[in-house]
Design a binder for this molecule. Structure first.
Ligand SMILES: [Zn+2]
Ligand SMILES: [Zn+2]
Length: 230
């Protein structure tokens, strides 16, 4: 929707150039797991001095508490929100409400709790033209899809699909989707294109084949460097 807002920061510093990273003004975090925040410390460092003001990290309070307790804790990485240069700190942490729209760098966002092993939120993102939904990491869930069904101008869902169906038990205990549980979840989805992500790399080929075997043209596997405009 714009170049200034990221959902999660698992590999932002690997995927974007330094100039592109400096355009990022805000990161909406779905949850505290490493594959979603691993590059956040380096993003904060890389944009410092290049950007006009602090990078804003936004998430509901329980996610921010986890990030500040376990990552930006002066042991794994400095708490840069407490270290101010001439232009102020390089990062600020902003708690956002759950279920109530808030503004994030020109985008209206709503956090909706989903079903994962730590506090995790999907996000509905809207501008004046369109809306999209990001699932975050989740197993089968209800509220996010109910919100999606009543979201106007919805253009796409971005939905996790982590494990192939022979790892269903792992997916269930770690609260993720497989093509089988995704297929069941689709009954709750509004009728828009579905972009799948969060495939576990060793299982990518099997996952892609299983998804194709579902025979659902609305499903598309998101690959690195895909650029989509809504
Ligand atoms: Zn997770
Ligand atoms: Zn994850």
């Amino acid at each position: 929707m714009n170049d200034a807002l990221c959902v999660d920061a698992g590999a932002v510093t690997e995927a974007l150039t330094l100039e592109e990273q400096a355009q990022v003004r805000a990161v909406l975090v779905t949850h505290s797991h490493m594959d979603h925040v691993a590059s956040l410390p380096f993003l904060v460092e890389n944009v410092f001095g290049r950007a006009l003001g602090p990078l804003e990290v936004l998430a509901p309070e329980d996610v921010l508490v986890s990030l500040r307790t376990h990552l930006f804790n002066d042991a794994l990485w400095p708490d840069f929100s407490q270290i101010a240069g001439e232009r102020g700190p390089s990062v600020t942490f902003r708690p956002v409400p759950v279920g109530v729209p808030f503004s994030a760098d020109g985008i209206t966002a709503t956090a909706v709790r989903v079903s994962h092993v730590v506090p995790t939120y999907g996000y509905v993102l809207s501008d004046e033209k369109s809306s999209v939904v990001f699932s975050g990491d989740t197993g089968p869930t209800e509220e996010l899809w109910a919100v999606a069904r009543r979201t106007p101008r919805l253009k796409a869902l971005f939905v996790e699909c982590s494990f192939p169906s022979d790892l269903q038990r792992i997916a269930d205990v770690s609260r993720h989707l497989t093509p089988a549980t995704l297929h069941a979840e689709m009954a709750k989805f509004p009728d828009v294109p579905i972009f799948l992500y969060h495939m576990k790399p060793p299982a990518l080929a099997r996952l892609t084949a299983e998804i194709a075997a579902l025979g659902k043209p609305r499903l598309r596997v998101l690959v690195d460097d895909d650029a989509l405009t809504f």
